[in-house]
Design a protein around this ligand. Structure first.
Ligand code: ADP
Ligand code: PAZ
Ligand code: K
Length: 249
C-alpha cells in the first residue's frame, strides 16, 4: 500500500491507497509526526510499502519525518521536488525553487483536471492564489495570511481579544455583524478570506472571461465555498499533483 503525505505548516494530511488502485483505504489529519506514526500504526491490515510526500517545512524537519517513517514502516519514500516544468505546466517564479511545493502540486492537479486555464485558491495556514493559463504558463500568484494566522495575530497582538477555539466554530454559523468579540473577529476574518477569493476571481475573469476553472482547496476552503458557487471544491488537489510529481510504478 502507498502512503501519501501533504505536510503543511500546521497539519499533516495523510492517506493510504491500495497499490495500483486509486481507492483510498484510510485518511486523516494530524498535528505532529508522532501523531502520524500512531495513527498509521493503529490501522488494521495495512502494510505500507511506499510513500510519496510533499512538504513546505524546513529540510531538517522533513528529513526527520522521513527517517521516522523508514524506521517505523520500512517504506521507500519519494519526496516531491521543485521543477521548471511538469505535465505541461511551466513554473512562473523567477527562481522556480522558491515556489511553495504545495502550490506547485495543486497547480499540476488543477491543470490536469481542468485541461485549460485555471485559478487555484488554497486556504491553509496561508491563503494562496495561483493562475495557470490555457497553455500551461503559470502567471504567478498571491500569498496572504489564512484564517489561523489572522485570528492568532489578533489574539496575540491585542490586549482584549481572547477566546477559545470552541467559541470560534459557533461564531461562524451566521455572517451578520458580530455582537461579541469572538463573532466580530471570526466573521471579520472570514469576510477577509472571501474578499481575497472574490478579488482573485475578478482578476481571472479579466484575463480569461468565463473560460477558466476555479479550484478551492486547503483545510479552510469550505469557509469561502458558498460565496463562490461556481468553484470546484477539491480537497485532495495537492494529492492529485503529488501522484503526478512522484509516479510510483
Ligand atoms: N480535520 C482537521 N484537522 C485540523 N484542521 C482542519 C481539519 N479540517 C479542516 N481544518 C481546518 O484546516 C485549517 C488548516 O488547513 P491546512 O490546509 O491543513 O493547512 P496547512 O496546509 O497550512 O497545514 C485549519 O485552520 C482548520 O480550520
Ligand atoms: C505559501 C505557503 C506558506 C503556504 O503554506 P501552507 O499554508 O499550505 O502551509 C507555502 O507554499 C510556502 O512556504 N511557500 C514558499 C514561498 C512561496 O511560495 O513563494
Ligand atoms: K497546504
Amino acid at each position: 500500500m502507498i502512503l501519501e503525505l501533504d505536510c503543511g505548516n500546521s497539519f499533516i494530511k495523510w492517506r493510504v491507497l491500495e497499490s495500483g488502485l486509486a481507492e483510498v483505504r484510510a485518511e486523516g489529519v494530524v498535528g505532529s509526526d508522532v501523531a502520524l506514526i500512531d495513527s498509521l500504526s493503529a490501522l488494521p491490515g495495512v502494510l505500507l510499502t511506499r510513500c510519496r510526500l510533499v512538504s513546505v517545512r524546513a529540510l531538517e524537519e522533513t528529513d526527520k519525518l522521513v527517517n521516522a517513517l523508514v524506521d517505523a514502516f520500512d517504506v521507500v519514500v519519494c519526496c516531491a521536488a521543485s521543477a521548471r516544468e511538469v505535465a505541461g505546466v511551466r513554473n512562473g517564479y523567477d527562481d522556480f525553487e522558491r515556489l511553495g511545493l504545495d502550490r506547485w502540486l495543486a497547480m499540476l492537479g488543477a491543470f490536469k483536471l481542468a485541461q485549460g486555464a485555471c485559478l487555484v485558491l488554497d486556504f491553509g495556514t496561508a491563503a494562496t492564489a495561483d493562475f495557470v493559463a490555457a497553455d500551461g504558463e503559470h502567471l504567478g500568484g498571491f500569498i496572504c495570511p489564512g484564517m489561523p494566522l489572522m485570528r492568532n495575530q489578533l489574539r496575540t497582538h491585542t490586549r482584549k481579544i481572547r477566546y477559545d477555539d470552541a467559541a470560534a466554530g459557533k461564531a461562524l454559523e451566521h455572517l451578520s455583524p458580530g455582537h461579541t468579540t469572538v463573532e466580530a473577529v471570526e466573521r471579520g476574518c472570514m469576510l477577509m478570506l472571501r474578499g481575497f477569493a472574490l478579488t482573485q476571481l475578478e482578476l481571472a475573469r479579466s484575463y480569461w472571461g468565463d473560460n477558466f476553472t476555479l479550484f478551492l482547496t486547503g483545510g479552510d476552503a469550505d469557509l469561502v465555498s458558498d460565496a463562490i458557487p461556481q468553484a470546484r471544491l477539491v480537497p485532495d488537489l495537492v494529492f492529485v499533483g503529488l501522484a503526478m510529481a512522484c509516479p510510483l510504478s
